[in-house]
Ligand binder design. Structure first.
Ligand code: CUK
Ligand code: CUA
Length: 635
């Protein structure tokens, strides 16, 4: 029961249960510059009452940074950062290096400030994506051309409902969500470099195939799928059935290899079984070989998708060109990242203090995929994610040590497996980093300079806001990798980012107003003077109106009780940043319309009466007067 659980927790800590105050005092008295944190267990980070340690944590870590991240008033950031929002379902746009939040892009969630999930178009995107009201997005990816970000799209997974969404970076808006068939949890997600041929999604949870009630009590028949989605049509074009599950994925730079990590090769359904064996594996997918198998008809169609068999015993894995190579790794690896030159895939050990380097030039040549292991530096406790400065260094987050380990890639390739010699430097970060990301680290030409460590816990770093704390994203200066790392800023993050990706501002070209041509044929453009009400049926009307500062195209309109009202509203402004909103009290109507855009909403006018429509965006000195009346006459 709960009470004895609590006792058990204190007991686990032995005599180390110190109050936070005592602990801070003790730390100060002994002149410790850093304290606590390293005692954290793998799955549970312990509170402040852990042992002081010289190797980890950051309880009293301070900063008087030599490198400023301040962007002066009127100046702009150099980089866009796109943060996954975890189970908030959104993407956040943050300027680097200032760490200022610039925008939130609702993706799997509804969001009132932008009217997302309120107007018909965005409601249809959510509906087509399965009709769920939330998602758990972890891995944002930017579309690439020639291995570099082309600024067109951002793709992100939904772990909760097995989906992938696309954000149109012209408008910073979600424009498609695909509910990937046959898959329950899309976790790893990446684009196939160098030209975004596919968006690839890792099915993490194993389920019966199809999951329609068959085999529910036969876990040995469950399976996990690796999925390829077409980035334009957003349709799932093929899937690969594998042994074990799939965690995270990245691709080589040449469009051939996709490398995924796997835990639970035991295929167990509870943790004891999942952690029974000593080893797991990475899976290396040969994309052209998979395409060939699909072309040859070597698949089973399940829910409209060709599913090829990539399990170890599959005939398709027997020949010279196996679809999937299974590479043995230490137990429960976590992230896979491919370095900028595409030579190595870096597979973080999580339970093992090492990172396994897989030689992608060799993986297609060797008989035993284990012979493609090119290095395995020992970097510290709990390695989760790796990023790059483009100058030969890798930086790996250490979840348990609460540190970033910087290490030399070529040294690691030449060192003995398990050597810690390649480690150049370690920096204490706040509690329990997950992803770390450096500028443009996923391209062939990373920019170095800044790195962000996305730490899961903030504890006492910020003003307390109740028991649910923000995360702590820390900005770290890395320069060109020749100098020491320096912690520059803390940044509180609302739950719960996992990963982020950075693009230089020159690679992103957002529109400042809408381009009518982009929705021609889908929605009308209601010019001033085109406003009016048209009865379209016994119980339906179409209301069309324009909006500008500070009036709607109609000061009032009349419908009948019970009418289904389709309201089409255009913002005819040509000036950027003049948004008009449409709020209709007691009808759950909420539109946000950017200049030259049209939004539509359909609702029922159930109750006779007068309803004052008002504008939600403060658009002019007469914003409060920007009103219209919906008159609902009794039938
Ligand atoms: S996962 Cu969250 S910290 Cu979903 Cu990329 Cu590693
Ligand atoms: Cu339009 Cu306020």
């Amino acid at each position: 029961d709960a009470a004895s659980d609590d006792d058990g927790f204190s007991m686990q800590l032995g005599g180390l249960e110190l109050g936070r105050r005592d602990f801070v005092k003790a730390g100060a008295a002994t002149g410790l510059a850093s304290a606590a944190g390293a005692f954290a267990g793998c799955q549970t980070a312990l509170p402040e009452s852990a042992t002081p340690s010289d190797s980890g944590g950051s309880g009293s870590q301070g900063s008087s940074a030599a490198h400023s991240h301040v962007v002066e008033p009127g100046e702009k950031d150099e980089y866009y950062g796109f943060w996954s929002g975890g189970h908030s379902g959104e993407i956040r746009v943050i300027g680097i290096p200032s760490m200022r939040e610039l925008a939130r892009i609702p993706v799997f969630n509804t969001e009132a400030a932008r009217g997302y999930g309120y107007d018909d178009q965005s409601s249809q995107i959510l509906e087509a994506g399965g009709g769920y009201t939330w998602g758990d997005n972890h891995h944002p990816n930017l579309s690439e051309t020639d291995g570099d970000y082309d600024g067109e799209y951002l793709f992100v997974n939904d772990k909760a409902n097995g989906r992938i969404a696309r954000v149109n970076l012209k408008y910073f808006e979600t424009d498609a969500i695909v509910d990937v068939p046959n898959t329950q949890a899309v976790h790893g997600c990446t684009v196939l470099s160098p030209d975004t041929k596919y968006v690839l999604g890792n099915g993490e949870f194993r389920t019966p195939l199809p999951n329609d009630g068959r085999d529910v009590n036969n876990p040995e028949k469950y399976t996990a799928l690796f999925s390829a989605v077409d980035p334009e049509s957003m349709e799932t074009v093929w899937q690969v059935k594998v042994d074990g599950n799939l965690d995270i994925v990245d691709t080589g730079k040449e469009g051939r290899w996709a490398i995924a990590s796997c835990y639970n090769s035991e295929e167990a359904t509870e943790i004891q079984g999942m952690t029974h064996d000593d080893r797991d594996y990475a899976k290396v997918f040969d994309v052209p070989a998979i395409e060939k198998a699909v072309e040859n008809g070597d698949y089973e169609e399940v829910n409209g998708v060709p599913v090829v068999d990539g399990t170890r015993d599959s005939d398709l894995n027997k020949g010279d060109e196996p679809l999937v190579r299974y590479v043995s790794t230490p137990k429960s690896p976590h992230c896979v990242e491919v370095g900028p030159d595409g030579k190595y895939a870096f597979i973080a050990g999580k339970l093992s203090p090492t990172v396994t380097m897989l030689d992608l030039d060799k993986i297609g040549e060797v008989d035993d995929p284990a012979d493609a292991v090119a290095g395995r530096p020992k970097v510290g406790l709990g390695p989760l994610h790796t990023t790059f400065d483009g100058n030969g260094h890798a930086y790996t987050s250490l979840f348990i040590d609460s540190q970033v380990a910087k290490w030399d890639i070529e040294k690691a390739a030449n060192a003995e497996l398990g050597s810690s010699d390649p480690v150049v430097e370690k920096l204490d970060v706040h509690y329990n980093p997950g992803h770390i990301q450096a500028l443009e680290a996923m391209t062939t030409d990373p920019d170095g300079e800044w790195l962000v460590s996305l730490n899961k816990l903030s504890k006492d770093r910020f003003l307390p806001v109740g028991p649910i704390h923000p995360d702590n994203d820390q900005l770290i200066h890395i320069g060109d990798g020749e100098k020491e790392m320096e912690l520059v800023a803390d940044h509180p993050a609302y739950p719960e980012p996992h990963d982020c990706i950075f693009a230089h501002k020159d690679k992103i070209n957002p529109a400042t107003t809408w381009d009518k041509a982009d929705y021609e044929g889908e929605k009308p453009f209601v010019a001033e003077g085109d406003s009016g009400v048209e009865r379209t049926g016994e119980r339906s009307v179409h209301v069309k109106a324009s909006s500008k500062r500070s009036e709607y195209g109609m000061f009032d309109f009349t419908v009948k009780e019970g009418d289904e009202v389709r309201l089409t509203m255009t913002n005819v402004e040509g000036v950027r940043d003049i948004i008009h909103g449409v709020a209709i009290p007691e009808h759950d109507v909420n539109l946000a319309i950017a200049p030259q855009d049209t939004r539509e909403v359909t609702f029922t006018a159930d109750d006779p009466g007068v309803y004052w429509i008002y504008c939600t965006y403060f658009c002019s000195a007469l914003h409060l007067e920007m009103r219209s009346r919906m008159i609902v006459e009794p039938r």
